[in-house]
Design a protein around this ligand. Sequence first.
Ligand SMILES: Cc1c2[nH]c(c1CCC(=O)O)Cc1[nH]c(c(CCC(=O)O)c1C)Cc1[nH]c(c(CCC(=O)O)c1C)Cc1[nH]c(c(C)c1CCC(=O)O)C2
Length: 370
Amino acid sequence: MSTPAAPPAPSPSDSALVHACRRDQLEDRVPVWFMRQAGRSLPEYKRVREGIPMLESCMRPELVAEITLQPVRRYGVDAAIFYSDIMVPLKAVGVDLDIVPGRGPVMGSPVRDEADLAALRPLQPDDVGYVTEAVRLLVAELGGTPLIGFAGAPFTLASYLVEGGPSKDYAKTKAMMVGRPDLWDRLCTALADIAGAFLEVQVDAGASAVQLFDSWAGSLSAADYARYAQPYSARVLQRVADRGVPRIHFGVGTGELLGLMGAAGADVVGVDWRVPLAEASRRVGPAYAVQGNLDPALLGAPWPVLAERVRDVVRSGAEAPGHVFNLGHGVPPDTDPGVLGRVVELVQSEGPQLRASVRERAGLVAAGRP
Ligand SMILES: Cc1c2[nH]c(c1CCC(=O)O)Cc1[nH]c(c(CCC(=O)O)c1C)Cc1[nH]c(c(CCC(=O)O)c1C)Cc1[nH]c(c(C)c1CCC(=O)O)C2
């Protein structure tokens, strides 16, 4: 008699995250991960980063793999997010920039005219061999847990390049955008091609989903977003359209842009805390899953209050055809990791039941699903 075949190893493409992104959310799991889950909120991160500058840390495959795995080990989240930065592909093509602790990306010299565009040569996979290597190491370690690759969207990248560093009003960026649309088009097309190549590298090495961060797109009106940002984000997302991996598209303060962000070529629209997920889902329509959207500032609230807010997010997300639980923006550096652990535990233990009861009451349960 032959021994029965071992059950197939869990595959990231069959994970709760990927199913939720595809809107065939498994009834037994509400997937949860956090933007910026790897990083300064973790003591084990601070320990391994000691004395190593941010950008250098992104170029050491074993360190990248270790930092990416830290929150997966600690919290048991449903996805890993690749440890890198939106500025890494720009650094890789030779742009003079640094990431200054407590401040963010700072340029050696800002991009202001045609001559400055010369710095933005196309990204070749060999420019980021350390990314390929780190993704491969991670995919081997992660087993059934999916790895999310990411890139910065052209508008958000352009804001750092044109301002020269972080900004509150993006005045120089917007002045170029409306005043020099020809230059803006060349800048954002070059950035789209670099960001698209960066996503391709991660997917080719084994990432199971991608997220495009357009963190600062919420500073634009819908009309300006549609004209000056969306076409370039669409160009990035198009690069990985035929790779079979879900595409998540996120920004902050984008309540008025959610439909346009979906239409840029996403499968999942990331939502900050300002718009409830049920309303966000109505704005994007039934062809998209949603991701979000607990207010990160509430992580410091007393647990019973926070727990009820976590349940509210799950209930509101249940009105969408697919929901990936996340914060509305990144984990704040001063977050107590113990609190994030409790959030994961709550979403994983109560999430499926909360979701099922909302969907049953609303008559949203898909007929015939096992
Ligand atoms: C706008 C943006 C950047 N980088 C990123 C975005 C989009 C997301 C968002 O809106 O927050 C994306 C990013 N940056 C980092 C990740 C790693 C993965 C993860 O989410 O856990 C990701 C996905 C690491 C990082 N990127 C950065 C850190 C902190 C640097 C350090 O630890 O020294 C980390 C862990 C630095 C960084 N890099 C950037 C900023 C604004 C900062 C913060 C500056 C500061 O407050 O110190 C640019």
